[in-house]
Write a protein that binds this ligand. Structure first.
Ligand code: SF4
Length: 212
């Protein structure tokens, strides 16, 4: 993890981290950007979030936008029609049940439309500075299996396995480090093992062909 921390310095931040930095770690914008980010390229997520927050940047104002307007603002994120509905429903629930504020517990976050454990964990880590959560997306799932830290088939299993396999102090950083590494070096196909700073520690489990 220390080697990765050094290696990612200067690399482009993942979209939600970038929005978090730009928007003073506002839990609401982190929540909405994370919903938009599922199965979507970072540049597309960032551009769509920026357009959306220019039109409305609070749960109250966003809840009032028609779904069709949200669709137009977030297009071309993947599944933009579903996500527009989730975003509106999520904002409506934030207003009606949580006083217009993003709740700060996993249990409450999971009651929001469109919010699963990945989104909830990222909101807790970036928006509420939690040191007790690990956010697992496809990069974290893939790389922690390649490294042999876990042996799992589903991201939710990976999250629980990582709590057991890793030191607590690294939990809030695992997502940032592995997502950045996954986008730049440990890619899904043809990982760049020859350029990897942790290649000497990595058993490359499941990697059949690499760019080394
Ligand atoms: S050595 Fe290859 S498989 Fe292992 S972390 Fe680095 S890029 Fe990924």
């Amino acid at each position: 993890m220390r080697a990765l921390a050094r290696a990612i310095t200067g690399l482009e931040l993942p979209a939600v981290e970038k929005i978090s930095e730009e928007q003073a770690e506002d839990p609401f914008q982190i929540l909405i950007a994370t919903i938009l980010s599922a199965r979507t390229q970072d540049a597309t997520t960032h551009a769509a979030s920026t357009r959306l927050f220019k039109a409305a940047r609070t749960p109250q104002t966003l809840a009032k936008l028609p779904v069709t307007r949200i669709e137009r603002l977030i297009y071309p994120v993947s599944f933009y029609r579903y996500k527009a509905r989730y975003v509106k429903a999520c904002c409506e629930m934030l207003v009606s049940r949580f006083g217009g504020k993003v709740p700060s517990t996993m249990e409450e976050l999971l009651t929001l439309p469109g919010v699963g454990r990945k989104t909830a964990n990222l909101v807790l880590i970036l928006g509420f500075k939690s040191l007790r959560n690990i956010c697992v997306d496809t990069h974290v799932h893939r790389i922690s299996n390649r490294l042999g830290w876990v042996k799992t088939t589903l991201p939710d299993e990976t999250e629980q396995a990582l709590y057991r396999a890793t030191d607590t102090r690294w939990w809030p950083y695992i997502n940032l480090y592995l997502v950045t590494w996954g986008q730049n070096v440990c890619r899904p196909v043809y990982p760049r093992c020859g350029d990897c700073v942790i290649r000497d520690e990595c058993p490359r489990i499941g990697v059949s062909r690499s760019n080394s």
